[in-house]
Design a binder for this molecule. Structure first.
Ligand SMILES: Nc1ncnc2c1ncn2[C@@H]1O[C@H](COP(=O)(O)OP(=O)(O)OP(=O)(O)O)[C@@H](O)[C@H]1O
Length: 650
């Protein structure tokens, strides 16, 4: 044992010695400033030239001091920001110049300390603000990692609310998800020629910035290897990294491996000293085979052999919080506007109103997926729709868009509407003549406002009777489908909207029983006869009358539209609507069925749709034009309210 004790004492003493040497070296480095050049005039002239160069490389937001941004400096008006200012370099007071680093389009940036160092936190916010304010709207995709609480990105919150930059991830699982997204980004994509031209920036015009303000302490060597691989592959595919705290502390044997402690490839490296920082690294490094090529002119490339900036740099301070918030609010507003859909985007060209035939089916644009209009159809295979969404989830808005879309495409000889609203409010009143506006929708035959259940029953009986009449006619004509009957007779397709239809089915009374029987009958027979249902509700669970017969009704309803809070309209295992924002809907044409997570679902799309009331003037012009176009001999719709109870449709 004495031998072992002696060896332990010796090891402890060696450790103490090593740590004293490391401490002495750190304070020597902190105190070290590269020796200033002695020729003052030459230094000042050089600083002047560097200031000029910096002004050219970092115009506007990229280089301006953020505590004195000129009022009205335009946002997002420049091409991709390639260089960005990180601080002020000065060997001497009167020879200062902006410290500028290449980033987007070139390489990456690392800091030896993470964002727990307030200087790093400040300059990270300054860099992010400069880049966001400069890049054209929607072209800079930012993903943030901040394992020390996320506060660094709090002033950028407006971007998260607008869906422009998700909140930072804070743990290893989040880091891995972000790395996976970045790996997807660098994967080769489809050739440009195969892509559709789009109004929004295309992928190749976009840059992804992965900003790691602090790595999680549980980070492992495999994560670091993924970051290194991304750094290697990134610049060629528009992915750039800013990593604070690189290389990470060698806390585990895994992260202490030499490979994990290497500088990030193609990065400018900022080493934090006290109170200065030093810039070094090789951001312009090019892949191996290109490296061997001699630089133009034959000599070694000045960028390949750059030893670093031998001048101390004072990193830019934290930008004023109100400036960050103002810029982010403005960027978020612009982004939301650029993605906004207008009612007119869903309607046909005004020269082609009432130009469609409903013989084979009715079709309208429900919204846009990206820039692609997504149509929903009433036809033999998709005869009925179910729309679900919480109160205020946009059901009335979605429905109004659909009705305006149909009524501008098909004339009243092609389409007739029965519109019933069972809930309080006047959502469907816009389609009936009112005290202030005599215009009505010429296609509307019945409009029920705050309809009583008896009204609903009367309308369903009427439709059921119409089905019987049509089936008799089909027998006479010896046809089985609406499209065949249309070769002999001009008949409209009929669409019946039942808003908050569970009211009709509530309770266990005779009305509920008869209404359910009629709905099942219309559901079954309507497809061949051109009679279609739109069932709308906040929830379709807990309807007593449907307990045993859910499938007999909803089995006839292949088109499902889930608005925010309307996941009920989809299959129980399909969570596609879980996080929808207002103005978006999941449209599914396979009875709400989902599919493997991440797989492309041909039968399901998420669409953006407009608020039809957003532009009162456009809406009023639309209503007037439809009304003026009616047959002057046509009757207004029968308006049913609870006050009219007992009259029923004529
Ligand atoms: N696409 C949209 N973009 C922005 N705002 C919208 C959009 N659609 C609807 N809204 C707004 O959301 C609010 C609620 O919309 P809407 O009345 O259509 O919801 P709802 O589901 O019918 O609600 P309720 O069940 O209470 O009648 C309205 O103020 C509307 O202006």
């Amino acid at each position: 044992m004495p031998g072992l004790n002696a060896r332990i004492d010796q090891a402890a003493s060696l450790h103490r010695h090593a740590s004293a040497v490391a401490q002495a070296a750190a304070s020597a480095l902190d105190g070290y400033l590269p020796p200033p050049r002695t020729d003052l005039a030459e230094q000042q002239a050089l600083a002047e030239r560097l200031r000029d160069a910096a002004a050219r490389l970092t115009p506007g937001w990229l280089g301006t001091p953020l505590d004195s941004v000129p009022a009205g400096m335009a946002l997002g008006e420049q091409r991709r920001p390639e260089f960005v200012r990180v601080g002020t370099a000065a060997a001497q007071e009167d020879a200062a110049f902006p410290a500028v680093v290449p980033l987007l389009g070139t390489g990456h940036l690392t800091f030896t300390a993470d964002s727990r160092d307030p200087r790093v936190a400040g300059v990270l916010r300054a860099i992010l603000l400069r880049l966001l304010a400069t890049a054209p709207s929607g072209t800079l995709v930012v993903r943030a990692v901040d394992a020390v609480g996320g506060a660094l990105f709090a002033p950028f919150g407006a971007l998260a609310d607008a869906g422009l930059m998700p909140p930072p991830v804070m743990d290893r699982a989040g880091l891995q998800a972000v790395l996976a997204e970045a790996e997807h980004w660098v994967r080769p994509s489809r050739p440009e020629a195969q892509r559709r031209p789009a109004a929004r920036p295309r992928r190749r015009d976009c840059t992804m910035l992965l900003l790691i303000a602090a790595l999680p302490s549980a980070v492992e060597g495999s994560d670091l290897a993924r970051i290194t691989a991304l750094a290697q592959a990134g610049p060629a595919t528009g992915l750039h990294l800013i990593v604070a705290g690189w290389p990470p502390p060698p806390l585990t044997p895994d992260t202490a491996q030499p490979a994990a402690q290497q500088p990030l490839p193609m990065s400018t490296q900022i080493a934090l000293r006290n109170p200065y920082a030093l810039l070094g690294g090789a951001p312009f490094t090019v892949p191996a085979q290109a490296e061997r090529r001699p630089a133009a002119g034959g000599g070694p490339s000045p960028t390949a052999s750059w030893p670093g900036l031998s001048v101390p740099v004072r990193l830019d301070p934290d930008p004023p919080a109100e400036l960050v918030q103002r810029v982010c609010r403005e960027l978020a507003e612009r982004y939301v506007q650029s993605g906004q859909v207008h009612l007119m985007d869903l309607l046909p060209d005004p020269d082609h109103w009432w130009a469609e035939s409903s013989a084979a089916g009715l079709s309208t644009t429900a919204g846009l997926a990206g820039e692609t209009p997504i149509s929903l159809v009433f036809a033999d295979l998709t005869p009925h729709w179910l729309i679900g969404g919480r109160a205020g989830g946009g059901k009335s808005a979605f429905l109004a868009n659909v009705l305006y879309g149909l009524c501008t495409r098909y004339d009243p000889d092609e389409l007739g509407l029965y519109l019933l609203d069972f809930k309080p409010g006047r959502g469907l009143a816009r389609f009936a003549p009112g005290p202030d506006d005599p215009a009505w929708l010429p296609h509307a035959r019945v409009v029920g406002l705050e309809s009583g259940r008896e009204h609903g029953l009367a309308v369903l009986r009427e439709l059921d009777g119409e089905l019987t009449r049509r089936e008799e006619l089909w027998r006479e004509l010896q046809v089985s489908r609406f499209v065949q009957a249309r070769e002999h007779r001009q008949l409209p397709r009929l669409v019946c909207v039942l808003d908050e239809f569970p009211v009709l089915l509530s309770g266990a009374d005779p009305i509920a029983a008869e209404a359910l029987g009629l709905l099942e009958s219309i559901g079954r027979r309507g497809r061949g006869c051109g009679v279609h249902l739109i069932l709308v509700s906040q929830t379709v669970r807990g309807i007593e009358a449907l307990h045993a017969r859910r499938d007999s009704l909803f089995g006839q309803v292949p088109v499902r539209v889930a608005l925010p809070g309307g996941g009920d309209a989809l299959e129980a295992t399909n969570d596609a609507a879980a996080t929808l924002p207002l103005g978006c809907a999941v449209v599914n044409t396979a009875g709400g069925l989902g599919g493997p997570r991440g797989a492309t679902r041909g039968h399901e799309k998420t669409v953006r749709f407009p608020d039809p009331d957003a532009d009162a003037q456009v809406l009023s012009a639309l209503r007037q034009r439809l009304w003026q176009a009616r047959d002057p001999d046509s009757d207004p719709p029968l308006v049913l309210t609870t006050a009219e109870l007992g009259r029923g449709p004529a």
